[in-house]
Write a protein that binds this ligand. Structure first.
Ligand SMILES: [Zn+2]
Length: 451
C-alpha cells in the first residue's frame, strides 16, 4: 500500500509529529501520529491538507492584468469590468478554454489548491463546437492538470430582474432551463474519479424564481453569486421588496448544500439568518478587491457561527494564502484593529486556514475534510527548511504561512494519491505553458489588446 511519512503534519486535532499516512483507492486509509517509518514510505517534511477553491471562472485567467486601464468613460467599476470580461468570453472557443483552464488549474495546484468548484456559464462555444464542447474543455483541462474538479453548470437566463432573456454578449450563456437540467443530469451520470458535479444559478437577478426552485431540487452542492454589488441589492429591493440574501432564504431555502458566493452586502438580520443555515459563503478577497465589490462583514458572520471558504474567482491572483491574508487585512484596514478572524482560535492564520479547509471541502461537495481516514488523498507538502517557516513552532506555523508569505514554500502536492507537483513545480508545467501561450496569443491578436 502507498504510504507517506511526514515528520510534521496538520491533523484535524492540530499538529502532530511522525505521521504515517496510508493511501488506498484515492483516499486516506489510515493516518497515525507517532508512527515508525517503513523503508518504502515516501518521506516529506511537513504535510498540510490541500485547499478547495470554492469559486473559479477558469476562462477569466486570460483577463488577469488586462482590465487595469481606465476606460474612456471615466470612473470604472464592476459593471465596466464586466463589459471587458464579456468581450473576452466572446473570444473563448472550446480549444482556448481548455488551454486557459489548464494553466489556471496548474497554477492552483502549485499554490496549494487541490480541488476546485468550477462555476461555469459559458455554454456556447463561439467557434461553433457542439453542445458539450465547453464542458468537455473544462473536463480535459482538469484531467490534464490532475486537479479534483466539482463541475458546477450555471444557469443564466435573463439580463436582469425585469428582463425576459440575455442581452448582447450574454447570448453565449443562453440555455433553456430544460436543456440546462438535462445537461446537468448527463454530467452527473458520467461523474466519478476526480470529477463530481454540482449545480448553480448565476444570481437571483439572472435566474427566475421558478428556475431557481428547480435547481434547488438537484442533489449535491448548489452555488450562486449573491449580493456582490450594491446595485443588485437596490434592484432586488425594487423588484422583490427584499434584500438578496433575505429573499433567497425566504423564497428558496438554503441549507448546508448551498455555497453563496460573495454575500458582501448583508444587513445584520441577513448575517445572522445565513450563518444559522450551515451554508458556506465563498469569499474571494483578491477578486473582490480588484473589482471594488466592498468588504464582507467577516467578524459578525463568524461570531454568528457562519462558515466560509475561499475562491480565486477571476484569477487576478491564484494563491490561497494571499486570499486569506487579504481577507484579514481588509478587516484590519476597515476596523483599525488587528487579528479580527480569531473567533475560536487566538491565531488568525491558523483559524483562517482551518476554516478554509473545512469550508472549501464543503463547497466542493467532498467530505470529510483534512488529513484523516476516509478523506480524499489530497495534501500539500511544505519545505521544512524554508526560511519562512524556520523558527516557528506548532502555534505560529500557519500564521507564518498566511501572513509572512513572500512566496510559497510548497515542495509537493498530492491529489487522489497522485503527485501533481514535485520539487516545487507542476509536473506538466511546460506543456501547459506552451498551450496557454498559444491561446492567449491568439486572443490578444483578435482582441487588439495592446493596440
Ligand atoms: Zn464569480
Amino acid at each position: 500500500m502507498q504510504a507517506i511519512f511526514a515528520h510534521k503534519a496538520l491533523l484535524p486535532g492540530g499538529w502532530a509529529d511522525a505521521v504515517r499516512i496510508e493511501i488506498a483507492d484515492g483516499r486516506f486509509a489510515s493516518v497515525k501520529a507517532g508512527a515508525e517509518t517503513d523503508a518504502a514510505d515516501e518521506v516529506v517534511d511537513c504535510a498540510i491538507p490541500g485547499l478547495g477553491n470554492s469559486h473559479s471562472h477558469a476562462f477569466q485567467r486570460a483577463l488577469a492584468g488586462h482590465a487595469e486601464e481606465r476606460s474612456p468613460e471615466g470612473r470604472d467599476n464592476f459593471w465596466s469590468w464586466r463589459e471587458r470580461m464579456y468581450e473576452l468570453a466572446s473570444l473563448m472557443s472550446a480549444d482556448r478554454l481548455r488551454a486557459v483552464a489548464r494553466q489556471a488549474y496548474v497554477e492552483m495546484l502549485s499554490a496549494g489548491y487541490t480541488s476546485v468548484a468550477e462555476f461555469h456559464y459559458l455554454h456556447r462555444d463561439p467557434a461553433g463546437g457542439g453542445d458539450d464542447a465547453m464542458f468537455q474543455a473544462l473536463g480535459g483541462a482538469a484531467a490534464d492538470s490532475g486537479i479534483r474538479i466539482t463541475y458546477v453548470p450555471v444557469l443564466y437566463e435573463r439580463a436582469g430582474f425585469d428582463r425576459d432573456g440575455p442581452e448582447g454578449w450574454q447570448s453565449l450563456f443562453e440555455i433553456s432551463i430544460d436543456e440546462f437540467l438535462e445537461r446537468h443530469d448527463r454530467a452527473a451520470a458520467e461523474a466519478g474519479g476526480l470529477v463530481s458535479v454540482g449545480i448553480g444559478a448565476h444570481s437571483i437577478r439572472a435566474v427566475s424564481q421558478d428556475s431557481l426552485a428547480s435547481i434547488a431540487e438537484r442533489a449535491g452542492p448548489i452555488h450562486i453569486h449573491i449580493a456582490e454589488q450594491r446595485r443588485e441589492v437596490d434592484q432586488s429591493l425594487a423588484h422583490y421588496h427584499r434584500r438578496p440574501v433575505r429573499w433567497l432564504l425566504e423564497n428558496i431555502g438554503v441549507d448546508e448544500n448551498w455555497c453563496l458566493v460573495h454575500a458582501t452586502h448583508m444587513d445584520p438580520d441577513e448575517i445572522d439568518a445565513l450563518a444559522k443555515t450551515a451554508a458556506v459563503v465563498s469569499l474571494c478577497p483578491s477578486t473582490e478587491a480588484n473589482l471594488g465589490d466592498g468588504l464582507f462583514p467577516l467578524a459578525e458572520f463568524l461570531n454568528a457561527g457562519g462558515r466560509i471558504a475561499i475562491g480565486s474567482d477571476s484569477h487576478i491572483t491564484i494563491n490561497p494564502f494571499e486570499e486569506l491574508r487579504w481577507l484579514e487585512y481588509g478587516q484590519r484596514l476597515a476596523s483599525q484593529s488587528r487579528n479580527v478572524a480569531t473567533v475560536r482560535d487566538a491565531h488568525a492564520g491558523r483559524e483562517l486556514f482551518e476554516r478554509a479547509v473545512a469550508g472549501g471541502t464543503q463547497a466542493c461537495g467532498h467530505a470529510p475534510a483534512g488529513l484523516m481516514a476516509g478523506a480524499n488523498a489530497d495534501l500539500v507538502c511544505l519545505y521544512g527548511d524554508d526560511p519562512m517557516l524556520l523558527g516557528h513552532g506548532d502555534a505560529s506555523r500557519l500564521d507564518a504561512l498566511v501572513f509572512a508569505g513572500y512566496r510559497l514554500p510548497i515542495e509537493r502536492v498530492l491529489v487522489g494519491g497522485e503527485w501533481c507537483v514535485v520539487d516545487g513545480e507542476h509536473v506538466e508545467r511546460d506543456a501547459a505553458r506552451a498551450e496557454f501561450a498559444e491561446a492567449v496569443g491568439g486572443i490578444a491578436n483578435e482582441w487588439n489588446l495592446d493596440g
